[in-house]
Design a protein around this ligand. Structure first.
Ligand code: HEM
Length: 537
């Protein structure tokens, strides 16, 4: 059946083919052999050794011995649900993506929320960013929007990602501390990689201790591209906005919950869906004309910066509803493979150097995590539309491709599977004009680490500011190195002097003498910016 018709139930129907009901059934081996015994291994006499020939015993133990796969190198702890996405109005003017054309089409989705730092068995309510990864099973193949609940990131270039993650994961000598940023190496990284300032302000804020996955925003973070059927492109940033609003725990609650109920967020999501309180998130886009690329006052390729929403408003274009829990955590949630390289026609990338590195890293890590090149065949990862190409073989291959032709170009199979021209739905990369010398450098805007961090601080209420100060105090009080503490205090004096002084006093290092007033908000070009959607919309 080669139909490309997709509706909200398409993925559920596909997964049903793989469901197995064990209850009430006879016990068999993996070969389908009914077994008469599952408690006593085969022995040579009542008190004799267990026999090698006991295939059932060996099979049972061998399977058990191999039941663990590597946890994700980051975002190891997560929880997911099924649902669907519906569009409010056609985005045809901006993108040719089929799932964004017709408001009557409902697209199945699978969403995984996660913490970033902790191991698979860590607590839900720790201070951390949260992952918000969505797989849209569209009629043009899978589209993955792999975001976080914070709109910016720690670093600007993927080459630093291993350094960042090494610094916040448990220290290599003793694996302490787990699931915490309150330690020397993390803050040493922060102080010596000051592009992290903006993200750290969010991490120290209440955004990093969400009350519920149902009450969290999501952000694509990077600048992506929409391309319409005329080949015209717009820059786009993605936002998820929870219908229940954004709510955080207070810190004391988050600490207690981490002990009392380490599964607090997964319980909350599971129970809400089981009881019919389906979480809903609206999808918003910020759109920027190509000709306005340099008018925002910040380099739009810098993932440590947001686009001010009062200048480039968020236009709400649709809604996602999560309405079904998984049947099996491992088969679905744990084996799900999100990758922002999974795009559909009408969505493309930009040269954000963080985004570019991610395009390599996800597939690369999944090749080892999911055991080779055929993990797209795992039920949760399969597109709901058919796939055909000349790939064969590899570990765990399930598809049985017929015929002897497995190469392109050919005459024996009429030169099929055949490439599809863009006007008929084939993916074509956006023909961006690129020129330059091979250098390891970025625009000057990438060097401004503090303007938006300061704006974030200035936008906080008094209570929120107090929470941020207390978070810094708590985290830094656990740092052992006096030098690292002093460097961090001096660094955050560039965001706000009072903030830095409050931290310094609490943790007993020298108060910074000067700092602050780093805001360079307005750019002369801003007045020439003719926004796609007026700020009132
Ligand atoms: C997971 C790499 C930045 C969001 C992962 C994984 C890797 C990775 C290797 C594990 C994937 C797996 O095992 O399936 C990177 C690199 C980054 C980067 C190299 C920067 C250079 C980001 C950013 C965001 C993000 C900026 C948010 C916009 C996520 C999410 C997951 C994830 C949500 C979990 C996906 C899931 O639920 O399975 N990342 N990441 N990452 N990353 Fe990143």
């Amino acid at each position: 059946n080669e139909k490309n018709q997709v509706n909200e139930n398409s993925k559920n129907e596909q997964l049903e083919q793989f469901l197995v009901e064990d209850e009430g059934k006879a016990l068999t081996t993996n070969q389908g052999l009914k077994m008469s015994e599952d408690e006593f291994s085969l022995k040579a006499g009542e008190r004799g050794p267990t026999l090698m020939e006991d295939f059932h015993f060996r099979e049972k133990l061998t399977h058990f011995d191999h039941e663990r796969i590597p946890e994700r190198v980051v975002h190891a702890r997560g929880f997911a649900a099924h649902g669907f996405f519906e569009l409010y109005e056609s985005m045809k003017d901006f993108t040719r993506a089929k799932f964004l054309q017709d408001p009557s089409v409902k697209t199945p989705v699978f969403v995984r929320f996660s913490t970033v730092n902790g191991a698979r068995g860590s607590s839900d309510t720790v201070r951390d960013a949260r992952g918000f990864a969505t797989k849209f099973y569209t009629e043009e193949g899978n589209y993955d929007l792999v975001g976080n609940n914070i709109p910016v990131f720690f670093i600007q270039d993927a080459i630093k990602f291993p350094d960042l993650v090494h610094s916040f994961k448990p220290e290599p000598d003793n694996d302490i501390p787990q699931a915490s940023t309150a330690h020397d190496t993390f803050w040493d990284f922060v102080a010596n990689n000051q592009e992290s300032a903006h993200m750290i302000m969010w991490i120290m804020s209440d955004r990093a201790i969400p009350r519920s996955f149902r009450m969290m925003e999501g952000f694509g973070v990077h600048t992506f591209r929409f391309v319409n059927d005329q080949g015209k492109a717009h820059f786009v940033k993605f936002h998820w906005k929870p219908k229940l609003g954004v709510h955080s725990l207070v810190w004391d609650e988050s600490h207690k919950l981490a002990g009392i109920d380490p599964d607090f967020h997964r319980n909350d999501l599971w129970n809400a869906i089981e009881n019919g309180f389906f979480p809903e998130y609206e999808l918003g886009v910020q759109l920027l004309r190509e000709e306005d690329e340099f008018k925002l006052g910040v380099d739009i390729l810098d993932a440590t910066k947001i686009w001010p929403e009062e200048i480039v408003p968020v236009k709400i274009i649709g809604k996602m509803t999560l309405n079904r829990n998984v049947d099996n955590f491992f088969a679905e949630t744990e084996q799900a493979a999100f990758h922002l390289g999974n795009v559909v026609p009408g969505v493309d990338f930009t040269n954000d150097p963080l985004l570019q590195g991610r395009l390599f890293s996800y597939l690369d890590t999944q090749l080892i995590r999911l055991g080779g090149p055929n993990f797209h065949e795992i039920p949760i990862n399969r597109p709901v539309v058919p796939f055909h190409n000349n790939q064969r073989d590899g570990y765990h291959r399930q598809t049985i491709n017929k015929g002897k032709v497995n190469y392109h170009r050919n005459s024996l199979a009429g030169n099929t599977p055949s490439p599809v021209p863009p006007e008929k739905g084939g993916y074509e990369s956006y023909q961006e004009k690129v020129e330059g010398r091979k250098i390891r450098a970025r625009s000057d805007s990438f060097k401004d680490h503090f303007s938006q961090a300061t704006l974030f601080w200035n936008s906080m209420s008094d209570v929120e500011k107090r929470h941020i100060i207390e978070a810094f105090q708590f985290e830094l009080a656990k740092v052992k190195s006096e030098s690292v503490k002093q460097q961090v205090v001096d660094m955050f004096a560039n965001v706000n002097l009072e903030l830095a002084r409050s931290i310094a006093e609490y943790i007993g290092v020298n108060p910074p003498a000067s700092g602050g007033s780093n805001v360079t908000t307005s750019s002369p070009a801003l007045s020439q910016l003719n926004t796609v959607f007026s700020p009132e919309t």
